[in-house]
Design a protein around this ligand. Structure first.
Ligand code: BES
Ligand code: MN
Ligand code: ZN
Length: 508
C-alpha cells in the first residue's frame, strides 16, 4: 500500500519520480492552482500557457504530463485537472482535491515516489488529498498472472510513496488527518478486495474467517453464528436464502466498544457472496457481477475496523448477514413461507429478492440490543439504480433527523447520496394471503418497497436508516477520480463519519 508522508521540502530539491500539481478551469483557459508556484516560476511564469499548448483545460480528471523545468530533481510534472476555479476568496473543496489526487495516483502506477504540490489550506485538505491518493492508487491483481512475474509486477505496482508538500509534519492536526486518511483508506481498500474476490474463493465461511482475523488484530469482539447456531436461534431469513447453496450461511457480529462511549450504533450489511437469483434465476447478462452483492457487509466490516483503529469514543456493532443465493434441490422455492428471527412469517414470491430476507433477521438481531440508531447498507434493488444512476445511493429512514444526518455526512465525505421516501400506500402491495408479508410487492417503486419491507423488522422506537448502494457499489465503467473499476467501497466513508459524529455527541 502506498505510504503517505508530510513534507516541507521545496519542490525543486525533492528526489521523486514526479511532481503533481493542480490546474483549474478558469474563465479564459487553464489556471495553475496554488501549490505549483515553484514550478510556474521555473517555467518563467508561462506554465498556464504551456499547459494550454499541451491541450490542458483544467477540467476534472484531466491529466497532462510535461517535463520538469531545469534544476528540478524530479524529471516529470503531472498536472491534474481540478475542475472549475473557485470563486474569488474561496478554496478548492475537499472532494475536488480528493478526486484530483486519485486521478494523479492512478497514472503514477509503477512510480516509487511522487510529490503532491496540490493546493492545501489546512489539515483537512491534507487528509482529503491523502485519501484520494490511497484510494486512487488501489489495484486488484491477486488473480493476474503478472502477480507471479516480478518485473511485470513492479511496472504495475501502485505508487510507493506520496509526499504531501506544504503539509506540516510536526503539526498535531496534520498528523491526525494523515492517520485518519490512512486508516479509512486502508480499510476501504480491504472492503474493495473482498468485493473483487471471486465468489468461488469468498463464500460466507471465508468472509467470516476474514472478519474474525481482523477483529482479533484490532481488539474487536467477534461472534460467528454458523448454520447450526442459526437454526437453533430461528434465523429463518438467513437460512432460507442460504438453503440452496453448498456453502452454508453465517451471521457475524462485530462489537467495537470504547470505555468513553455514551452512544451505541448498529451497522447492518447485506452479505450475499453471490446472487444467482436462486430458483428465480437471473438471466445471463444479470449475474456476471453478482459477486458484488456482499458490498454492504464489506462496508460495515470496514467501518467497524476503521472505528476501532481510530479509537472513536462510541460503541459500534457490525452485523454481517452472509449467505450465497443459489438454486438447487434444497433451495427455497417461490411460494415457500419462512419464519423469520422476529417471528414474522414471509411468503417468498421471488427468491431473487433475497437481500431483504437476510437483512430482516440481522435488523431484528440488532434491534434486540436497543442501539441508539441502526443503519443498514445493501446492494438491494435494481430499481434504485434506475432511479439514481450508478454513482448515487438512496437513503430511506423511519426518522427524519437520521436521514438528514446520513445525507449530510455522505455529502461531507464525497459520497453522492439522495433521500428517498417510504410511501405508506406501497406497503399493502406486499400483503400475502398466506403469511404476514410477502417479500415482493408491485413493480413500481421497487427500491422503496424493499425499504418498507425492512422497516417491519426494526424494533419499535429505534431510529433506522437504509442505504441502497446497488448503483455505486460496483463500477463496471472506466475508473474516475479515486474510484477504480470493480468494487468501490461505497458507504464506508459515510459510516465512519456517522460514527465520528456519534462519538462527538453530534448525532441525535
Ligand atoms: N442484488 C440484487 C440487486 C442488484 C441488482 C444489485 C443489480 C446490484 C446490481 C437484488 O438481490 C435483486 O435481485 N433485487 C431484485 C428484487 C426484485 C426481484 C423484487 C431486483 O432489483 O430486480
Ligand atoms: Mn437478488
Ligand atoms: Zn441480491
Amino acid at each position: 500500500m502506498t505510504a503517505l508522508t508530510l513534507s516541507t521540502a521545496a519542490a525543486a530539491g525533492l528526489r521523486a519520480d514526479a511532481i503533481v500539481i493542480g490546474v483549474a478551469k478558469g474563465a479564459r483557459g487553464p489556471v495553475v492552482a496554488p501549490g505549483a508556484e515553484a514550478v510556474d516560476t521555473a517555467y518563467d511564469g508561462t506554465l498556464a500557457d504551456v499547459l494550454e499548448t499541451l491541450g490542458a483545460s483544467g477540467s476534472e480528471g484531466e491529466v497532462t504530463k510535461l517535463p520538469a523545468p531545469p534544476g528540478f530533481k524530479a524529471p516529470l510534472v503531472v498536472a491534474v485537472g481540478l475542475g472549475a476555479e473557485p470563486e474569488e476568496g474561496e478554496d478548492f473543496d475537499a472532494e475536488a482535491l480528493r478526486r484530483a489526487a486519485g486521478a494523479a495516483a492512478r497514472v503514477l502506477t509503477g512510480a516509487k515516489k511522487a510529490a503532491f504540490a496540490l493546493p492545501l489550506t489546512g489539515a483537512a485538505d491534507a487528509g482529503a488529498i491523502g485519501e484520494g491518493v490511497l484510494l486512487g492508487a488501489y489495484s486488484f491483481d491477486a488473480y493476474k498472472a503478472e502477480g507471479r512475474n516480478a518485473k511485470a509486477a513492479r511496472a504495475k505496482a501502485p505508487l510507493g510513496e506520496a509526499a504531501l508538500l506544504g503539509g506540516k509534519p510536526r503539526d498535531k492536526a496534520f498528523k491526525a488527518a494523515v492517520e485518519r486518511a490512512t486508516a479509512v483508506a486502508q480499510e476501504l481498500n480491504r472492503a474493495r478486495d473482498l468485493i473483487n474476490t471471486p465468489p468461488n474463493d469468498l463464500d460466507p465461511e471465508a468472509f467470516a474467517a476474514v472478519a474474525q482475523a481482523a477483529a482479533k488484530e484490532h481488539g474487536i469482539k467477534v461472534q460467528v453464528l454458523d448454520e447450526k447456531a442459526l437454526a437453533k436461534g430461528g434465523y429463518g431469513g438467513i437460512l432460507g436464502v442460504g438453503a440452496g447453496s453448498a456453502a452454508a450461511p453465517r451471521l457475524v457480529k462485530l462489537s467495537y466498544t470504547s470505555s468513553r462511549a455514551t452512544r451505541t450504533l448498529a451497522f447492518v450489511g447485506k452479505g450475499i457472496t453471490y446472487d444467482s437469483g436462486g430458483i428465480s434465476l437471473k438471466p445471463a447478462g444479470h449475474n456476471e457481477t453478482m459477486k458484488c452483492d456482499m458490498s454492504g457487509a464489506a462496508a460495515v466490516f470496514a467501518a467497524v475496523v476503521a472505528a476501532a483503529r481510530l479509537k472513536l469514543e462510541v460503541n459500534v456493532t457490525g452485523w454481517l448477514a452472509l449467505a450465497e443465493n443459489m438454486p438447487s434441490g434444497s433451495a427455497t422455492r417461490p411460494g415457500d413461507v419462512l419464519r423469520m428471527f422476529s417471528g414474522t412469517t414471509v411468503e417468498v414470491l421471488n427468491t431473487d429478492a433475497e437481500g431483504r430476507l437476510v437483512l430482516a433477521d440481522a435488523l431484528w438481531a440488532a434491534s434486540l440490543e436497543e442501539p441508539d440508531a441502526i443503519i443498514d447498507v445493501a446492494t438491494l434493488t435494481g430499481a434504485m439504480m434506475l432511479a439514481l444512476g450508478n454513482r448515487t445511493y438512496g437513503i430511506m429512514a423511519n426518522d427524519d433527523a437520521l436521514r438528514a444526518a446520513v445525507h449530510e455526512a455522505a455529502e461531507e465525505v464525497g459520497e453522492p447520496a439522495w433521500p428517498m421516501p417510504l410511501p405508506e400506500h406501497l406497503r399493502k402491495s406486499m400483503d400475502s394471503p398466506t403469511a404476514d408479508i410477502a417479500n415482493m410487492g408491485e413493480r413500481m417503486g421497487g427500491g422503496l418497497i424493499a425499504g418498507l419491507f425492512l422497516r417491519e423488522f426494526v424494533g419499535e422506537g429505534i431510529a433506522w436508516a437504509h442505504l441502497d448502494i446497488a448503483g455505486p457499489a460496483y463500477n463496471e465503467g472506466a475508473p474516475f477520480g479515486y474510484t477504480p473499476k470493480g468494487g468501490t467501497g461505497s458507504a464506508v466513508r459515510t459510516l465512519v463519519r456517522i460514527a465520528e459524529l456519534a462519538a462527538e455527541g453530534e448525532l441525535g
